[in-house]
Design a protein. Sequence first.
Length: 196
Amino acid sequence: MASNFKNGGRMLKVAAFVGGFALALGLGVAERAHAQQHTGVQRTSLGERAGFDPAVHFARMCDTMEARQAGMLAYAEVRLGITDAERPAWTKFAGTVKAAAAPMKQVCASVVAQPAPKTLPDHLHRMEQIETARLEQLRQITPAVEELYGSLTAKQREIADHLVGDMMHEPGPQGPGCGPHHPPMDDAPAPANAPN
């Protein structure tokens, strides 16, 4: 029972990473386009703080969504040391991750046509729109994550568990999850294909 709980916890971590990754990737394109439409406008919307403009941040994330996704998939593939036998599960997983970006791409595109939220209810509606897209991504990705995870060796699973931390919890200038995403954590295992 404890083993099943532990494995389930790992799957939740992977699903959370993928969902967070997908959300992070999906948030930027629309806000960038919105920011470009509203250049020179004084920003006074909720959520703005000194030196941080949510619209610009969202725009950057949407604008670089596909490139970040490709980079993170390539990084994970190398760190895991995907073998020929694991290639079909990896290919299915990577394809699902790419296809699952569609809901967030739709959010990015729709936000371009909307004014920046000014009121609390407007912000809540925007958050609901983004979180709904994120949930849809998780629903699409989770079965592929489970299939891939089930095909990995114990060492690869350990690496996968650390990838979540490597990519999501590295502190950056705006807090956890906002820093460099590729340096391994100090206690991260060596890549699966590293020489012994």
